[in-house]
Design a protein around this ligand. Structure first.
Ligand SMILES: [Fe+2]
Ligand SMILES: [Fe+2]
Length: 274
């Protein structure tokens, strides 16, 4: 079992956020803003799915997972609350969240479905967030020119995503979820996630008036497709999810542990799963 600490982040998100808060880079700002827009609805869905999956387990299988599920729910609930505050600030920049209503309509179709579907969708998304987290923690200089409280926000979220990356996967396995459905959901989640993230980023850039700037496209090419770019470096670990013997712990989380140790002054522990 993974020990999951719930932390309250000591940052103030009642203060306004700069329009190009990510070091003046319009593309990175729009990209991170897009991801943040998906968190409140997405993370609520992950909480509900993991809870429902846990409840569907027989008591003897629940016992060893109980504390970890509680920690997972606590961490995701904190993320969604803080990103809600961040989203309220970026809305003041004239951005419209199209991702959330689209996701809401899609998720409504899941009502009444076998709980394993929701858990498989969550496990696939958690693999994505774990890859993104690793990339962020490996390239903290990306956030060098941005306000310290926002740098802290993104690196803290990344560190906790790396910490709880196994929870949904382990529940799926405990529920006897099939390998075929796990892969099927990963393929679908990949299409939806990348499609939604890119559409929302373009929408944010359009609203910002920076969509057709050369510097925007140069930054997008460099940060997504360049040698150290997100999509390029994440392809191999993304593919590993399709292996029959895959488990999220095969991806190391040392960067997450190191960040949490080195930044203990920016949060307080409000609970722990052990
Ligand atoms: Fe999260
Ligand atoms: Fe997560």
């Amino acid at each position: 079992m993974t020990e999951l600490v719930v932390r309250r982040l000591l940052i103030d998100l009642d203060q306004p956020v700069d329009r190009h808060w990510c070091g003046g880079d319009a593309f990175l700002t729009a990209w991170f803003n897009a991801l943040s827009m998906s968190f409140p609805i997405g993370e609520q869905f992950f909480i509900d799915s993991v809870r429902a999956g846990f409840k569907a387990l027989p008591p003897e299988q629940q016992a060893p997972l109980r504390d970890e599920v509680q920690g997972f729910v606590g961490q995701e609930a904190t993320h969604r609350r803080i990103h809600g505050l961040f989203n309220a600030q970026i809305e003041k920049h004239g951005l419209t969240n199209h991702w959330e209503p689209r996701a809401r309509r899609r998720l409504a179709r899941m009502d009444g479905a076998d709980v394993r579907h929701g858990v498989a969708i969550t496990a696939a998304n958690e693999h994505f967030t774990a890859l993104f987290a690793e990339w962020m923690l490996a390239h903290p200089t990306l956030l060098d020119g941005c306000e310290p409280r926002l740098k802290t926000l993104w690196l803290w979220h990344s560190a906790e995503e790396a910490e709880h990356k196994s929870t949904a996967f382990d529940i799926y396995r405990a529920l006897g979820g099939s390998h075929a459905w796990r892969l099927r959901w990963m393929r679908r989640v990949t299409v939806f996630f990348l499609g939604d993230a890119l559409r929302q980023t373009v929408s944010n850039l359009r609203a910002d008036g920076t969509l057709w700037r050369w510097s925007t496209w140069r930054s997008a090419a460099r940060h997504l497709l360049g040698r150290d770019g997100l999509l390029r470096t994440s392809y191999a670990p993304w593919k590993r999810y399709f292996r029959r013997d895959f488990h999220p712990t095969q991806q190391h989380s040392d960067l997450s542990e190191r960040w949490l140790e080195a930044n203990a002054q920016v949060f307080v522990r409000v609970g722990s799963s052990t």
